[in-house]
Design a binder for this molecule. Structure first.
Ligand code: ADE
Length: 245
């Protein structure tokens, strides 16, 4: 069971996201709870404002520290450690390893920034800063949805028993092999014959080889971190001699 709270000025953004697919199923099964909370309720009177002009000048507005810290203090669980994450393009970049680490926590509090930035002092009140990628979103809400989605699907019991995460992209540091379904022939493109022949060992080897090919083509940066075993060495030689790259 994982309990995720989200501090945001747009709590309604999360409604349809939480109403479909894995997030909805996890919530319905009692394996996760996700509670978006309106930051405005912690805003400064008289207008419950949550932003102000930047010191030193510059464009746009900055999120004030007090409403966020009031929100953090009010939402933090009192009996267990709450892992508090600020979503920001300046955070550590999200990858499957981090998702796995976070999926073992029981209490998460996600803090979504908006406007042009967030007062730097908010960082003293969180445990973690996460970026979903090297690009700038309009706010942390879409990043929080990405994070919630990939965490929830790792909570035991959320994925159906016929879903396996051990062949998925990134599970072993490689991208997933290509997948096919019917028809066998689509617009003159055929399903690779090895997949139709039912030779399990050949299929396993082919999948591993294609994982390597795909990774070398699309994400050569990932190749630096893999451990090459004997079979992989053979596959890499085949890939080279068959000029698949
Ligand atoms: N807020 C704006 N851009 C972001 C990003 N790339 N990751 C997380 N939060 C963000």
């Amino acid at each position: 069971m994982i309990n995720i709270r989200v501090l945001t000025i747009f709590p309604n953004i999360f409604e349809s996201f939480l109403a479909y697919g894995n997030p909805a199923r996890a919530i319905q099964m009692g394996l996760a709870s996700v509670q978006p909370v309106d930051l405005r309720q912690f805003g400064d009177e008289p207008r419950r404002s949550t932003d102000d002009y930047p010191y030193g000048g510059g464009i746009g507005m900055i999120m004030k520290p007090e409403p966020i810290v009031r929100g953090i203090r009010s939402l933090e669980a009192y009996d267990v450690v709450t892992h508090k994450i600020l979503l920001t393009p300046q955070g550590r970049k999200l990858k499957q390893e981090i998702v796995e680490e976070l999926s073992h926590k029981s209490e998460l509090l996600l803090i979504c920034g908006r406007y042009e930035g967030i007062d730097e002092r908010v960082r003293y009140f969180v445990n973690d800063e996460i970026s979903v990628g090297d690009y700038v979103l309009s706010g942390g809400e879409t990043a929080a949805m990405v994070l919630i989605d990939c965490i929830i699907r790792l909570v035991p019991g959320v994925l159906g028993s016929d879903s396996r995460i051990d062949g998925e992209s990134f599970y072993n540091g490689l991208l997933e092999y290509p997948q096919y379904t019917r028809p066998r022939d689509f617009e003159d493109c055929q399903v690779p014959s090895v997949l139709l022949e039912g030779h399990h060992e050949k299929i396993r080897r082919w999948k591993r080889k294609m994982s390597l090919v795909k990774t070398m083509r699309n994400r050569p940066d990932l190749m630096k971190s893999i451990t090459v075993d004997e079979e992989m060495e053979e596959l890499l030689n085949e890939i080279e001699s068959e000029r698949l790259i």
